[in-house]
Design a protein around this ligand. Sequence first.
Ligand code: GLN
Length: 192
Amino acid sequence: MKRVGILSLQGDFAAHGVAIERAGAEPVFVKEPEQFGDIDGLIIPGGESTTMLKLLGYEGLMDKLAEFGARKPVFGTCAGAILMAHEVSGPAQESLGFMDIGVERNAYGRQIDSRVAQLDPEPEFQQRTAPGTLEAVFIRAPIIRRLGSQAKVLARYRGDAVLVEQGRHMAATFHPELTSDLRVHELFLEKL
Ligand code: GLN
């Protein structure tokens, strides 16, 4: 069975664990550097990217994570997508740069900072998973402001890319772990 690490320092790692189990893989809640040797891919959950960065520093996990992403698939959701990006604004902060994208934090503003939207994912997403709309939960979400030439868009919301892949990596600005639709997690499992 595929073993999927879920970075479990902060944020909604537990819900990803449930989704991974339902999708037929084994979740491993990663808190220690040694656990990176034992997983086929990693999910960086939503939460607060600044706090997650601090905890990664305290735990000495930043180097391990960088090294892991250089050879294995990593999927970042919301705050996790912010960590995956090459550059971050609103305000600027450190990131892993696994994907050639630029993100702006909390970019939907305060008035409409959280919402549930029905997306019509790209035909390629539907072909590789199953047809149908995709419910997306946004919580103080970032917006992807720059897409590198290697980044492929799998779903958009109001014109902005919200689900993107680049080679073995994936990023979503919404929370696929908070809905019962398993297609996004299943797509990630295909990369492992
Ligand atoms: N606003 C958070 C950040 O900037 C992300 C929110 C989330 O992960 N739901 O890190």
